[in-house]
Structures are given as C-alpha cells and as structure tokens.
Write a protein that binds this ligand. Structure first.
Ligand code: HEM
Length: 394
C-alpha cells in the first residue's frame, strides 16, 4: 500500500491506518482524511469520525453510541468498569472513583513519583545514552500503579508480562493472538481475585482495600465489579502513559528548539504537557457501537456498527483551532486527548502528574538529547507505542 496521502474520496483506503507512515506522522493522515469527509469507512468496517465537531457530537450521545462490551473485546469475562457501562449506571461508579483519582490525592504522590523518575534516570545517566522505552516509559507507569494499588514492586515483571499479553498478545495469526490474549486475561482475573482475598483477610491502606469497603447505592461492590475496575486500570493506565511519554520524548528529541524552551523556562511544563497531548494524541481514537439506526453528520449508520471517534484528528482540526499545525508549548490548549463526555479519562490527573514530573526531572538533569543517528522509528497507530526509542545525551 502506498504511503502517499491522497486527497480524493475514491482513493481513500481505510487500511492506510496500518501503514507505518501513519503511525509516524498521524497528523498528515488526519489532514488528508478530514479533507475527504467528517465520517469515513473504518479499517475493520464501521465508520471513523474525523472532525472536531463530529467527534464531540458522537461522544456526547452515549444513548446512540454505546461503549459496552460489544465496542471492544479484550478477552475479559467481566465488563470493564466504568468504561463498558453506559449511563445511567455509569455515574454511580464515577461517583465512587472520581474522589480516589482527584487532583489533590494524585498530587500528594508527587514526591514518590519524583523519586521514581530520578531512580530510573540514575541507572543510565552516566552512560550518556538510554533506551527510553525499557529505561523509563515502560517501568515508570507500572511502578506508580503498583504503589497506588498497594502491590509489591517485586511483582513488576510479572505484571508487565500480563499487561503485554492483553494489549499486545503474541501469535502468528489472529486466532493465536486471541487465544493468548484470553489466557493473559484469565491470569489477570486470577491475580486480582487472590489479591482481593488477601485484603479481605488483612485490610491495608490501599485502593484494593478501599474498593472492598466501598458502597455504591448502599450496596458493597461485588468481586466481579472490583475485577472489572482493576482490569480496566491495567488497560487504561499503563500503556497510555508509556505511549504518551514516548510520543513526547520522540517529538522533543527531534526539536532541540522546544527542548531549549523547556530548559529555559520550566514553568511552561504544565502547558507543554497539554500542547503535546493535543499534538501527539497518543490514544488516537476510541470505540463505540451504534445502538440503533441513525446518522452522523449525514452519514447513515446501522445498529451494531462500530464507530471510531478519532481524537487525534479532532485535536488537529483547523476549523476548531486555526493554527493547529503549529506546536506552541506555552498555549495550554483545550483538547480531546483524554476523551470527551461521560467516559472522559478517570486517570487524567495521575497521568498529568507522571508526565509533568518526568519532563521536569529529565530536563533538569539531561538538558540536551537527540535520537541515536540511523534509528528507524516504528510507531503503531491506535495506541501510539514505539518499538524502540534510543536517545543520546549532549
Ligand atoms: C496520558 C495518559 C492517558 C491517556 C492519553 C488516556 C486516555 C483516555 C481516553 C481517551 C479515555 C476515553 C475512553 C473512551 O471514551 O472510550 C480514557 C478513559 C479512561 N481512563 Fe485514561 N488515559 C490516560 C491515563 C490513564 C490513567 C493513568 C488511568 C488510571 C487509572 C486511566 C484510567 C481511565 C479510565 C478508568 C477510563 C474510563 C473512564 C470512564 O469510562 O468513565 N487513564 N482515558
């Protein structure tokens, strides 16, 4: 398939999202796709929704576009809570979870996260280079997550293995991949069932014990509900931060002027986080399923069809932000990188803390860096994960 971005509808091939060029430079793909239409055919059937206006409209209508288990199958046997629960039940879970992930609670973790980032940097700084993926972006979110759930750090490798098995199952064909994904899903369910049993016998000061004690509408959460929440945390809270860190540092490593801007004025870091989230949109889109025959901006949609609101395209839509193709680290933009509507990201404050802290501590200690010459970057589309990101300092 060609990597050239065509601008005519008849030439539009939805499989372009699998082209390596799209993962590397999704912003060019979004621009080409929006020029063709607000709603385009999806790579697995269904529809991709491309403009700022249409993405927002779809996500504000959960009664028409559900995010139930039909929208995404990751091999688990229980619905992911609260993502795969539609309103009105959805809000009872957010009422319970929102206070646990509130900005104040997350910001209290800042000293710990700062120590974790520095601990990781300590391990490679003297060598003058690092493999950003294995040295920082993969271990950091899992360390933070284990700390949050009160699980031992010694379980990091096992944990990373289960997570990879769900999100990137190995296999030569789709059947083998699905089989491996289901095995990993069963491992995660078993792991958390055991951890819950332990907390029930001996409550601790952690989130798992909090879930066991919590009541929703006057009733305790069932084990299946707690499992659904924990499962979603692994899927939603680990690779997303990993991918975002990789997108940020790949961009900065290729833009020394922007690195210098952060080093000269670290107070722009919170705004730089928002602008880089907008520009890179590491979670390029989300999944929904139509609950009835309807239409999206004139495009007929049938009940049961898959719908993919493309957040990255919405974030670079020039009808919403005229200079969307300029990256201005001080502009502090509004964006959809954490989603829109009722399912907007529960962990956004935790993610922001991890991103802010990594940018701050890294630039204090490593003010100039670039990608190792000769590296051919490979980035997936969907969840924008880098196969490798070797950096050299100075
Ligand atoms: C930079 C990192 C992150 C990005 C880009 C991100 C992105 C998103 C997006 C786009 C959604 C909307 C999904 C949809 O509408 O279908 C979402 C939902 C969610 N995210 Fe995040 N996320 C990040 C980090 C986290 C973290 C650290 C957690 C930790 C627990 C988390 C937990 C969740 C949960 C539970 C939901 C579902 C919320 C609901 O259905 O009400 N996310 N996230």
């Amino acid at each position: 398939m060609t990597t050239e971005m065509s601008d005519t509808a008849s030439n539009y091939d939805p499989a372009i999202v699998f082209d390596p060029a799209t993962g590397l430079n999704p912003q060019a793909y979004y621009k080409m796709a929006r020029a063709i239409g607000s709603v385009l055919p999806g790579p697995f059937g269904g529809h991709q929704v491309m403009t700022h206006e249409s993405v927002e409209w779809v996500l504000q209508h959960p009664e028409l576009f559900s995010s139930s288990m039909e929208a995404v199958d990751l091999g688990q046997t229980v619905p992911l809570i609260p993502l795969q629960v539609d309103p009105p039940d959805h809000s009872k879970y957010r009422k319970l979870l929102d206070p646990i992930f509130a900005p104040k609670k997350m910001n209290a973790l800042e000293p710990d996260v700062t120590a974790m980032v520095n601990g990781l940097i300590d391990q490679f700084i003297d060598t003058g280079s690092c493999e950003f993926t294995t040295d920082i972006s993969v271990p950091l979110p899992s360390q933070v997550f284990l700390r949050l759930l009160g699980l031992p750090l010694s379980e990091l490798d096992m944990f990373l293995g289960m997570k990879t098995g769900i999100l990137h199952p190995p296999g030569d064909d789709i059947d083998e991949m699905m089989k491996n994904q289901h095995t990993s899903a069963a491992d995660v369910e078993r792991y958390f069932t055991e951890a819950l049993g332990e907390r029930r016998r001996k409550p601790a000061d952690d989130i798992l014990s909090m879930f066991l004690a919590a009541e929703v509408d006057g009733a305790k959460l069932t084990d299946d509900e707690i499992l659904g929440i924990c499962f979603l945390f692994i899927i939603a809270g680990l690779d997303t931060v990993t991918d975002t860190l990789e997108c940020f540092f790949s961009y900065l490593a290729q833009h020394p002027d922007q690195q210098a801007r952060i080093v000269a004025d670290p107070t722009i870091i919170p705004s730089a986080v928002e602008e880089l989230l907008r520009w890179e949109t590491p979670v390029t889109g989300v999944s929904r399923v139509a609950t009835q025959d309807t239409e999206i901006f004139g495009c007929p949609v049938h009940a049961g069809e898959g719908i993919n609101p493309t957040l990255g395209s919405a974030n670079t839509d020039e009808t919403f932000l005229p200079d969307a193709y300029i990256v201005d680290l001080a502009r502090n933009p509004k964006h959809f990188a954490f989603g829109v509507g009722v399912h907007r990201c529960l962990g956004s404050h935790l993610a922001r803390l991890e991103l802010r802290t990594t940018l701050r501590e890294w630039h204090k200690r490593i003010p100039a860096y670039s990608i190792v010459p000769g590296t051919e970057l490979k980035v997936s589309y969907g969840l924008r994960q880098f196969e490798s990101l070797p950096l050299v300092f100075g």
